[in-house]
Design a binder for this molecule. Sequence first.
Ligand code: ADP
Ligand code: AMP
Length: 217
Amino acid sequence: MYLVLLGPPGAGKGTQAERLEEELELPHVASGDLFRENLKNETELGLLAKKYMDRGNLVPDDVTIAMVRDRLQRPDCDQGAILDGFPRNQAQAQGMDRMLTDMGRRLDGVLYIAVPDEELVRRLSGRWICRQCQTPYHTVFSPPAKGGVCDACGGALYQRDDDKPETVRARLEVYHQQTSPLIDYYRQAGLLVEVDGVGDIETVSAALLEAARKLAK
Ligand code: ADP
Ligand code: AMP
């Protein structure tokens, strides 16, 4: 099953993908994590992506699509994947269709996590991420058991540079202009399921899992 988690920055895609990954036994493929991994390893792609990420802009489609294609062709994605942060515009949606068709697969559904902007700003300003396994935490809404340390792997937590208020504003603008049109696009394709992303993490998880299980039938 190939699922897309669609939603604005801070909607809870990463948080929820980790839970779905476990429940559905499908790998979590997050384009932002792939870029950050490249950045950490100082690859050419990472250095290119940084220029865009620092400003909250989208990395060009050709390199983004090629990076995700490469990831989906790895054997652990044979049975499907949970895509998070990709596609982010029309060209990427078409690129994804092409890659799945080439692999003899298709997209099963798009879970749209709806959260209003004011809540997103609150979430992103308190977000901490594990440097090793990328698990997201929040100082108030989802704190780690021990300050600064990842519950899942013991890695050190850090705040993303692009979670600064001015970059968050730019990212939300990019989302509304370029990514949110995909909501209607997938609704018209009959693939969209909308889930209310406001509420505690467990409640949102339960709604997403129920939607994913229905799509799997
Ligand atoms: P995304 O991957 O969509 O950018 P994250 O999963 O990283 O979003 O979540 C953004 C921040 O909000 C994190 O700090 C996370 O702990 C927190 N968060 C996620 N879901 C909820 C929720 N339902 N209620 C409150 N905070 C949440
Ligand atoms: P995220 O981790 O999803 O919040 O993404 C962080 C940043 O990585 C974004 O602000 C973009 O600069 C870049 N990025 C992630 N996914 C994509 C994508 N699908 N297309 C273009 N840029 C992306």
